[in-house]
Ligand binder design. Structure first.
Ligand code: SAM
Length: 181
Protein backbone atom coordinates (compact mmCIF):
# COMPACT_ATOMS: atom_id res chain seq x y z
CA UNK A 1 0.00 0.00 0.00
CA UNK A 2 1.55 3.30 -1.11
CA UNK A 3 -0.20 6.56 -0.27
CA UNK A 4 0.65 10.06 -1.41
CA UNK A 5 -1.02 13.22 -0.12
CA UNK A 6 -1.40 16.43 -2.13
CA UNK A 7 -2.35 19.84 -0.77
CA UNK A 8 -3.94 21.56 -3.75
CA UNK A 9 -3.69 25.32 -4.21
CA UNK A 10 -5.14 25.27 -7.73
CA UNK A 11 -7.77 24.59 -8.90
CA UNK A 12 -9.71 25.39 -5.73
CA UNK A 13 -12.86 27.39 -5.10
CA UNK A 14 -13.35 30.84 -3.66
CA UNK A 15 -16.36 31.86 -1.61
CA UNK A 16 -18.38 32.32 -4.81
CA UNK A 17 -17.41 28.89 -6.13
CA UNK A 18 -15.10 30.35 -8.78
CA UNK A 19 -11.79 28.62 -9.54
CA UNK A 20 -8.78 30.36 -8.02
CA UNK A 21 -5.23 29.71 -6.91
CA UNK A 22 -4.46 30.19 -3.22
CA UNK A 23 -1.13 30.98 -1.59
CA UNK A 24 0.92 28.35 0.17
CA UNK A 25 1.12 28.93 3.91
CA UNK A 26 4.09 27.92 6.01
CA UNK A 27 1.91 26.38 8.75
CA UNK A 28 0.20 24.11 6.22
CA UNK A 29 3.58 22.89 4.97
CA UNK A 30 4.79 22.01 8.45
CA UNK A 31 1.55 20.61 9.83
CA UNK A 32 0.70 18.42 6.90
CA UNK A 33 4.28 17.20 6.53
CA UNK A 34 4.22 16.10 10.19
CA UNK A 35 0.84 14.41 9.84
CA UNK A 36 1.93 12.64 6.65
CA UNK A 37 5.16 11.42 8.26
CA UNK A 38 3.22 10.22 11.30
CA UNK A 39 0.92 8.03 9.23
CA UNK A 40 3.53 6.70 6.83
CA UNK A 41 2.53 8.68 3.75
CA UNK A 42 5.15 8.25 0.99
CA UNK A 43 5.33 11.90 -0.09
CA UNK A 44 3.45 15.07 0.72
CA UNK A 45 2.95 17.05 -2.50
CA UNK A 46 2.41 20.80 -2.47
CA UNK A 47 0.56 21.65 -5.67
CA UNK A 48 0.69 25.18 -7.03
CA UNK A 49 1.25 26.46 -10.58
CA UNK A 50 2.92 29.61 -9.22
CA UNK A 51 6.68 29.22 -9.56
CA UNK A 52 7.35 32.05 -7.09
CA UNK A 53 5.58 29.93 -4.47
CA UNK A 54 7.87 26.99 -5.30
CA UNK A 55 10.87 29.21 -4.55
CA UNK A 56 9.38 30.20 -1.18
CA UNK A 57 8.76 26.56 -0.25
CA UNK A 58 12.26 25.58 -1.32
CA UNK A 59 13.64 28.28 0.96
CA UNK A 60 11.55 26.96 3.87
CA UNK A 61 12.77 23.42 3.21
CA UNK A 62 16.43 24.45 2.95
CA UNK A 63 16.22 26.11 6.38
CA UNK A 64 15.15 22.79 7.86
CA UNK A 65 17.30 20.49 5.73
CA UNK A 66 20.70 22.02 6.41
CA UNK A 67 20.23 25.30 8.23
CA UNK A 68 19.66 26.31 11.80
CA UNK A 69 16.33 24.52 11.83
CA UNK A 70 17.95 21.13 11.24
CA UNK A 71 20.28 21.67 14.16
CA UNK A 72 17.54 22.83 16.54
CA UNK A 73 14.75 20.42 15.55
CA UNK A 74 16.17 17.44 13.66
CA UNK A 75 12.87 15.55 13.78
CA UNK A 76 11.20 18.24 11.69
CA UNK A 77 13.41 17.49 8.73
CA UNK A 78 12.38 13.85 8.98
CA UNK A 79 8.88 15.06 8.10
CA UNK A 80 9.77 17.85 5.70
CA UNK A 81 12.16 15.65 3.72
CA UNK A 82 9.09 13.91 2.25
CA UNK A 83 7.72 17.15 0.82
CA UNK A 84 7.63 17.39 -2.96
CA UNK A 85 6.52 20.21 -5.24
CA UNK A 86 4.35 20.04 -8.33
CA UNK A 87 2.59 22.52 -10.58
CA UNK A 88 -0.56 20.46 -10.97
CA UNK A 89 -2.38 17.36 -9.77
CA UNK A 90 -1.73 15.91 -13.23
CA UNK A 91 2.00 16.31 -12.64
CA UNK A 92 1.73 14.52 -9.28
CA UNK A 93 -0.08 11.66 -10.97
CA UNK A 94 2.57 11.51 -13.69
CA UNK A 95 5.45 11.53 -11.21
CA UNK A 96 3.90 9.04 -8.78
CA UNK A 97 2.06 6.82 -11.29
CA UNK A 98 -0.65 6.26 -8.64
CA UNK A 99 -3.40 3.78 -9.43
CA UNK A 100 -6.19 6.02 -8.13
CA UNK A 101 -6.94 9.45 -6.73
CA UNK A 102 -9.39 10.16 -3.92
CA UNK A 103 -10.74 13.60 -3.07
CA UNK A 104 -11.84 15.07 0.25
CA UNK A 105 -14.38 17.78 0.98
CA UNK A 106 -16.50 19.11 3.81
CA UNK A 107 -19.52 18.85 1.53
CA UNK A 108 -20.02 15.95 -0.94
CA UNK A 109 -21.66 18.38 -3.39
CA UNK A 110 -23.72 15.61 -5.00
CA UNK A 111 -20.77 13.28 -5.56
CA UNK A 112 -21.05 9.67 -4.42
CA UNK A 113 -19.00 8.98 -1.32
CA UNK A 114 -16.74 5.98 -0.70
CA UNK A 115 -17.43 4.62 2.79
CA UNK A 116 -14.59 4.67 5.28
CA UNK A 117 -14.73 0.89 5.64
CA UNK A 118 -14.51 0.44 1.87
CA UNK A 119 -11.63 2.92 1.71
CA UNK A 120 -9.73 1.08 4.45
CA UNK A 121 -10.32 -2.26 2.71
CA UNK A 122 -9.15 -0.92 -0.63
CA UNK A 123 -6.05 0.62 0.96
CA UNK A 124 -4.96 -2.85 2.03
CA UNK A 125 -4.72 -3.85 -1.63
CA UNK A 126 -1.37 -3.67 -3.39
CA UNK A 127 -2.27 -0.43 -5.18
CA UNK A 128 -1.14 3.17 -4.81
CA UNK A 129 -3.45 6.01 -3.85
CA UNK A 130 -3.24 9.79 -4.03
CA UNK A 131 -5.33 11.71 -1.46
CA UNK A 132 -6.25 15.28 -2.42
CA UNK A 133 -6.85 17.98 0.16
CA UNK A 134 -7.91 21.46 -0.83
CA UNK A 135 -7.39 25.02 0.31
CA UNK A 136 -9.59 28.07 0.04
CA UNK A 137 -13.19 26.93 -0.11
CA UNK A 138 -12.34 23.46 -1.27
CA UNK A 139 -11.21 21.51 -4.30
CA UNK A 140 -12.65 22.63 -7.63
CA UNK A 141 -15.76 20.68 -8.65
CA UNK A 142 -14.18 19.28 -11.83
CA UNK A 143 -11.16 18.07 -9.87
CA UNK A 144 -13.41 16.23 -7.40
CA UNK A 145 -15.52 14.80 -10.22
CA UNK A 146 -12.37 13.51 -11.95
CA UNK A 147 -11.29 11.46 -8.92
CA UNK A 148 -12.05 7.75 -8.54
CA UNK A 149 -13.73 8.47 -5.20
CA UNK A 150 -14.62 11.08 -2.62
CA UNK A 151 -13.92 10.17 0.99
CA UNK A 152 -16.72 10.75 3.47
CA UNK A 153 -16.78 14.29 4.88
CA UNK A 154 -15.90 14.55 8.55
CA UNK A 155 -19.22 15.38 10.17
CA UNK A 156 -19.60 15.78 13.91
CA UNK A 157 -22.45 18.25 14.19
CA UNK A 158 -23.92 21.27 12.44
CA UNK A 159 -20.68 23.28 12.49
CA UNK A 160 -18.36 22.17 9.68
CA UNK A 161 -15.45 24.56 9.17
CA UNK A 162 -12.35 22.54 9.85
CA UNK A 163 -8.99 23.78 8.67
CA UNK A 164 -7.24 21.60 6.12
CA UNK A 165 -4.61 20.91 8.77
CA UNK A 166 -7.17 19.46 11.17
CA UNK A 167 -9.09 17.64 8.43
CA UNK A 168 -5.95 15.99 7.05
CA UNK A 169 -4.92 14.71 10.47
CA UNK A 170 -8.39 13.37 11.23
CA UNK A 171 -8.75 11.62 7.87
CA UNK A 172 -5.26 10.10 8.00
CA UNK A 173 -5.98 8.85 11.51
CA UNK A 174 -9.29 7.33 10.44
CA UNK A 175 -7.61 5.58 7.51
CA UNK A 176 -4.30 4.50 9.02
CA UNK A 177 -4.32 4.59 12.83
CA UNK A 178 -3.63 1.19 14.29
CA UNK A 179 -6.92 -0.35 15.48
CA UNK A 180 -7.30 0.73 19.05
CA UNK A 181 -8.79 -2.62 20.09
N1 SAM B 1 -16.04 24.09 2.24
C1 SAM B 1 -14.80 23.44 1.83
C2 SAM B 1 -15.06 22.04 1.29
O1 SAM B 1 -16.23 21.72 1.05
O2 SAM B 1 -14.11 21.29 1.11
C3 SAM B 1 -13.86 23.38 3.02
C4 SAM B 1 -12.50 23.87 2.67
S1 SAM B 1 -11.33 23.58 3.94
C5 SAM B 1 -10.82 25.14 4.41
C6 SAM B 1 -9.99 22.96 2.98
C7 SAM B 1 -9.92 21.47 2.83
O3 SAM B 1 -9.93 20.80 4.07
C8 SAM B 1 -11.02 20.82 2.03
O4 SAM B 1 -10.78 20.98 0.63
C9 SAM B 1 -10.86 19.37 2.45
O5 SAM B 1 -9.73 18.80 1.78
C10 SAM B 1 -10.54 19.50 3.92
N2 SAM B 1 -11.73 19.50 4.75
C11 SAM B 1 -12.23 20.53 5.46
N3 SAM B 1 -13.31 20.16 6.16
C12 SAM B 1 -13.50 18.84 5.88
C13 SAM B 1 -14.46 17.86 6.29
N4 SAM B 1 -15.47 18.17 7.14
N5 SAM B 1 -14.36 16.62 5.79
C14 SAM B 1 -13.36 16.30 4.94
N6 SAM B 1 -12.41 17.17 4.51
C15 SAM B 1 -12.49 18.43 4.98
Amino acid sequence: MTVHVALVHHPVRNREGEEIATSVTNIDVHDLARSCRTYGVENFWIVTPITAQHAIIERILSHWSSGEGRRRVPSRWEALSRVRLAKSVAEVKELTQVDRTWATAADPRGNSVLSLDAAKTQLKEDRSTLLLFGTGHGLADDLVAGCEALLPPIQAGDYNHLSVRAATAIILDRLFARDRA
